[in-house]
Ligand binder design. Structure first.
Ligand SMILES: Cc1ncc(COP(=O)(O)O)c(C=O)c1O
Length: 383
């Protein structure tokens, strides 16, 4: 497999050569913990113990690395396990990191409640404001600038290329959480980022049936250090989870095209709806990050957030009235989901600089017939 192959080809073939023993066209689930050695130290294909490496996980890691244009990929038991491995490898107690003022609540909780106790200091910064980021970098030696784009749940857009430049000038690494975009829509390493994080639980897995995470990185030496921590701390993806994630990835491009199409129609309908105060979707020309998103993304993704004129209680009631949009956390599956971030996914940021508006509703727009989705939202909003 070469990197000249297109995205869809890599998604189906990278890391997934037919099994040399049987010709199985899909990588088998190597549900195994240990491997017979041909004499002491005589490993077959580098496999000795499945925390260190497992062939099904290797297939997933090679595929994701190819999709992101990376030197290497590493697969974990969850997105949070991937984040934990990354920070413990590239930071030390006493270091300082910049994190977004709008981000997944669990990421904030990891910095504020776990790494703070380890001695890692963080500052919160609006990552769509390049001048603000530069100012913070000038004020204090910083090890990592951590961004999401689009952000969860407010769909803010950060300029990856400009932030990579600013971070590198200050001697910091730029980490991009690419979960909302997926590698089909956006490839941050090509724009200068050092490490990309995914919760593969979302679009990469795509079917709400597996929890996982990956790290991909541009630099081989950093990859070796991260692989060392991954093995030393052990938060790896199991063989069946790796297999499910890889199965999802094969259809990523086709699914993302439809997610984007449906989400655009949902955003346009909501923008015209009298009950809606504001629609947050980078595909709308009115979105402040629209131009940057157009430059660095293939399309605008399947996530749409919006605010209700009638306030928080009305938002909570609306979330309970949909028929097809299932009330639930997570995102990126084939089925549409609705949630109230303030009381659900982002409850952990209440009272912090990352607190989200109470009248906010977040949608993960799925692959159902879009007319049905529009009808469902209209009836929920008029209820
Ligand atoms: C943007 C983002 N990053 C990271 C995570 C954490 O991933 P996981 O739930 O797989 O641990 C999530 C989970 O919702 C997320 O939305």
């Amino acid at each position: 497999m070469t990197h000249q192959d297109g995205f869809e080809t890599l998604a189906i073939h990278a890391g997934q050569e037919p099994d040399p023993l049987t010709g199985a066209v899909v990588p088998p689930i190597y549900q195994v913990s240990t491997y017979k050695q041909d004499g002491v130290g005589g490993l077959r294909g580098g496999y000795e113990y499945s925390r260190s490496a497992n062939p099904t996980r290797t297939a997933l890691e090679q595929c994701v690395a190819a999709l992101e244009g990376a030197a290497r990929g590493l697969a974990f038991a969850s997105g949070m396990a991937a984040e934990d491995c990354l920070i413990r490898t590239v930071c030390s107690p006493g270091d300082h990191v910049l994190i977004p003022d709008d981000a997944y609540g669990g990421t904030y909780r990891l910095f504020a409640r776990v790494f703070a106790g380890w001695g890692l200091d963080h500052d919160v910064v609006p990552i769509s404001d390049l001048a603000a980021v530069r100012e913070r970098l000038a004020a204090r030696k910083t090890a990592v600038v951590w961004i999401e784009t689009p952000t969860n749940p407010l769909l803010n857009i950060a300029d990856i290329r400009a932030l990579a430049e600013a971070a590198h000038e200050a001697g910091a690494l730029l980490v991009v959480d690419n979960t909302f975009a997926s590698p089909y829509l956006q490839q941050p390493l090509g724009l200068g980022a050092d490490v990309v994080v995914h919760s593969t639980t979302k679009y990469l897995g795509g079917h709400s049936d597996v929890v996982g995470g990956v790290l991909v990185m541009a630099d081989g030496e950093l990859a070796d250090r991260l692989a060392f921590t991954q093995n030393a701390t052990g938060g790896v993806a199991g063989p069946f989870d790796s297999w499910l994630t890889l199965r999802g990835i094969r259809t990523l491009a086709a699914r993302m095209d439809r997610h984007c199409r449906n989400a655009m129609r949902v955003a346009q309908m909501l923008a015209e709806h009298p009950a809606v105060a504001e629609v947050l979707y980078p595909g709308l020309p009115s979105h402040p990050g629209h131009k940057t998103a157009q430059e660095q993304m293939r399309a605008f993704g399947g996530m749409v957030s919006f605010r209700l004129l009638a306030g928080e209680e009305a938002a909570v009631r609306t979330c309970g009235r949909t028929r097809l949009f299932t009330l639930g956390e997570s995102l990126g599956g084939v089925e549409s989901l609705i949630e109230h971030p303030g009381r659900m996914t982002h409850a952990s940021v209440t009272g912090s600089a990352l607190e989200v508006p109470g009248d906010l509703i977040r949608l993960s727009v799925g692959l159902e017939d879009c007319d049905d989705l529009l009808d469902d939202l209209r009836q929920a909003l008029s209820g």
